[in-house]
Design a protein around this ligand. Sequence first.
Ligand code: GN1
Length: 530
Amino acid sequence: MKSDLLDSIMFTVGLLAVLRSKSHNGATIGVMVTASHNPEADNGVKLVEPLGEMLDQAWEEYAITLANCETHQQLQAALDDIIKKCKINMDAPANIVVARDTRPSGEALVASLKDGVKALNGKITDYGLQTTPQLHYVTRCINTANTPNAYGEPTTDGYHKKLADAFKKIVSGKPRLSPLLVDCANGIGAVALKELCQHLGEDLAVTSSNTDINGKGVLNFECGADYVKIGQKAPRGTSLSPNQRACSLDGDADRIMVIVSNLAGVFRLLDGDKIATLAAGFIMSKIKEANVTHADKSPLRVGLVQTAYANGSSTDYVKNKLQVPTVFTPTGVKHLHHEAAHFDVGVYFEANGHGTVLFSDAAVTAFKNAEGKNEAEKKAIETLRALSDLINQTVGDALSDMLMVEAILVCTQQSFKQWDSAYTDLPSRQEKVKVASRAAFVPIKADTELVEPKGLQEKINAQVAKFKKGRCFVRPSGTEDVVRVYAEAETKEETETLTYAVCGIVFDSFGGVGERPSKFKKVDAAGNII
Ligand SMILES: CC(=O)N[C@H]1[C@@H](OP(=O)(O)O)O[C@H](CO)[C@@H](O)[C@@H]1O
């Protein structure tokens, strides 16, 4: 094995991708390289299944096993184990496509990946610089080519054309909005946006900021969706005039797309929850207008998938006003994606802005077969067909989500203010607590409760009971060595008190390590905040 850790991990990812492809009889597997040596950046390499979805859970575990091998012998034994368990025919062909975002480490990591693929005689095609969702799109296109479910042309141009054509169909004949300002986080989204705009022409006026893809240390620096969401402030270099529509992409333009606005001088952020409710409401209304059902006249099932981090007000709004069934899953988009696939129209977004809308084959067939009795029905059917092309069916996609939001706002001629006023978020706060072992925290019920460590959940419940509209949960992070504490309550002050009381309990009685942050509250044995 190579000595450098990241290189050797990429090498084993190459081996794994080959095995995954062989296990699908040579179907193409995608590998997206976004890894970086910068610990602040979004480290990761993402494997893409043949239909463009995220890697299967069992295979993720195989990936971890391979990455943890320290010797050649261990690696060989782990590979043999996977081959045996999955009954992989090693004579089958293997096809891999790879792409990378603009992070400087990308090129070297792709080279190591190629070595791994070639070591097992796989074939690899390099798509160069792409956004993560573009690579997901390409993978699905390749594997569905010449089938009735062909997803599109497997090229960057094909991607842009598909999105732009669908967008044009939806907004056709409607007055356009003022220009949209897009913060590209100095990442690959800047390149993709430019290309997309060439296809959109006059149908969407865009100005962009933070487009320096070659600058050192500028990726996501004081810009990008994470920065905007966490800091609740505008990205650098992006001056928002009153009522200016703007959005922030993240570094690889997949997992976050957050809309920012300056509503009458007040900074407002419309996050994944707001995008999800906008999309669900719009699609529901179009299905009704189109009068479209399954062939047996049964209604299309629309559903929304959220995580515990969704603001409680958004959940109330969806249940009581939109009357759309809501399902909760543990944190992590792959859980949401799988759950959304159970509906005919499954809308899923994490509050942080990663998400999409999935249309079942049955829904797409219903749209295709619907004829419409009058002009209004026909137009709504056209819109639904175009939406299923516009919205990336493989994974959350910042550019596709951006166009979806724009299309809905154009169609409904809705202002940001109207959209924002559908419901008011409850004040919320999220904090991290460093603990000796996050594995000691075992969540259940879609992350909303803990069964371990014993006694903690009762203490959390006792604090929550003190606050009107109080809600709080603690869960181990899957990506950082911390546990996260999330709380909501009726006022900002109450939310902070609840958050820091629970942080204090976790830190003081359940294994806190390092310096104790002074904002954490002290709570006595009877649950009183001291
Ligand atoms: C509270 C939060 O935002 N958690 C994020 C974060 O997961 P954690 O397991 O909380 O570390 O990273 C995930 C992967 O990017 C993302 O899907 C998720 O939403």
